[in-house]
Design a protein around this ligand. Structure first.
Ligand code: SF4
Length: 428
């Protein structure tokens, strides 16, 4: 059963009399257990929907949809499938206490992998789930492989009952499902030969594996489970060389890079990031693969839209990881706008100094960085630091941070989004 959360005005659902709170139980005789069933079973043109109204009345709707007309229903979000693993490197286990509850949910849900591109390990999928993936053709999926070697994967996921990922992927691939894969690398556990074995196995699955990302383990000062080695520059460089060798092979044989080191791996290794052609369609940009290169592209393409701001003094807040890469971008923006940009590198007070990603800075860090900067006219902060409700990870709201600061601040994804405004105030 799924429950309706919202019905659009003048929609098919509204005409039928479906209400928020209506339970949708079956479609054309097949039970509806979640949003996937609903999505796929209602793809038919003729629908018989068994439902229960909020007042308890059982009702059957019969309808014919013309040209895939939307029904106009939003569903109550599904209960997320919880993770059955206990990875030592789990970022959730590395969160400090006291954050809002949803941040601690360790989801591992193939449905969200298909719907939103969340990575899932497939450790908790049952036979019924495999059948659904195949029947509904949930493709592509985003899979945290980490290692195809079964013994190594058991250790990495800290789960002796984890299914064999090679067998799982092989079966799904044979059914036409495709994947984007990632390997989070824990030095000495799944780098070196284990990584080669993983890449060989994934490569041998042919077209089914659309991309492979290699990501260094990321730890906070609270990662209490972790007993492994940390990722140093030399290890990152060795892994990157291995990835690049595979990338060259892929380019020669398939005409695409296929396997990518994450931006963080390049930064840790102290190596220059590749240009846009390396990343093709930027398939794993949300996973931090090619994000810096994409930012550079967006700045280059948007420069001519930047308005003159002669004499403005603009602060740009970022984390330690991005700081060295910012200077050339700010030089271009200075030339185009006439403004003076000042890079302000903030330390992460919530996760500790090992977390240097700009997007994980919290409200308190912005306050600390800017509270005595009334000498600036305004400042740009990473837009990734706030959620869709404009709340930072430490529960500070953007509004509260703005009120506490002596200068205006503007969340920005790529500088251009703020600097192209006629007046900066428009962007507030
Ligand atoms: S799979 Fe591992 S890293 Fe992901 S949520 Fe589960 S325990 Fe955490």
């Amino acid at each position: 059963m799924v429950k309706v959360s919202r019905v659009e005005e003048n929609s098919v659902a509204a005409e039928l009399g479906i209400l928020p709170g209506t339970e949708l139980r079956s479609v054309n005789g097949r039970p509806v257990s979640d949003f996937l069933d609903w999505e796929f079973l209602t793809a038919d043109e003729e629908l018989v929907i068994e439902a229960r109204q909020p007042d308890g009345e059982e009702i059957i709707y019969e309808l014919e949809r013309l040209d895939g007309e939307p029904l106009g229903i939003s569903l109550v979000p599904p209960a997320v499938r919880r993770c059955a693993n206990r990875c030592e490197f789990c970022f959730i286990e590395g969160l400090p206490a006291g954050l809002r509850k949803p941040l601690y949910i360790r989801d591992d849900d193939y449905r969200l992998s298909f719907a939103y591109g969340n990575f899932a390990t497939l450790s908790n999928v049952k036979e019924r789930d495999i059948e659904r993936i195949l029947e509904y053709r949930l493709s592509p999926l985003y899979v945290s492989v980490h290692a195809t070697n079964h013994e190594a994967r058991k250790i990495l996921l800290n789960n002796p009952r984890v299914p064999d990922i090679k067998a799982q992927l092989g079966r799904l691939a044979a059914g036409g499902i495709r994947f984007h894969s990632q390997m989070v690398i824990v030095p000495t556990l799944n780098d070196g030969d284990v990584l080669d074995e993983s890449l060989t196995d994934l490569w041998n699955m042919g077209d089914a594996v659309l991309s492979a990302a290699v990501v260094p383990v990321g730890l906070t000062q609270f990662s209490h489970l972790y007993n492994g080695k940390t990722m140093d520059r030399e290890t990152a460089s060795t892994i990157l060389s291995q990835v690049e060798r595979w990338g060259e092979k892929a380019m020669r044989e398939r005409g695409e890079t296929w396997v990518f080191g994450s931006d963080e791996l390049y930064m840790l290794a102290g190596r220059e990031l590749p240009g846009p052609q390396h990343y093709g369609e930027f398939a794993q940009i949300e996973n931090g693969v090619g994000a810096v290169t994409a930012l550079r592209m967006r700045v280059a393409q948007g420069l001519d839209r930047v308005k003159r701001r002669d004499g403005d003094r603009i602060g740009v807040v970022t984390g330690f990881a991005m700081a060295p890469l910012m200077e050339p971008l700010l030089a271009q923006l200075t030339e185009q706008s006439g403004a003076r940009f000042e890079l302000i590198v903030a330390q992460n007070s919530l996760f500790g100094p090992t977390i240097t990603t700009a997007g994980l800075l919290v409200g308190r860090d912005i306050l600390t960085a800017l509270s005595d900067r009334s000498d600036l006219d305004y400042a740009l902060i990473p837009a990734e630091t706030i959620n869709e409700d404009s709340v930072f990870l430490d529960d500070f709201t953007l509004e509260a941070v703005r009120q506490a600061l002596p200068i205006p601040i503007f969340p920005s994804y790529d500088f251009i989004d703020v600097l192209e405004s006629e007046t900066t105030a428009v962007a507030v």
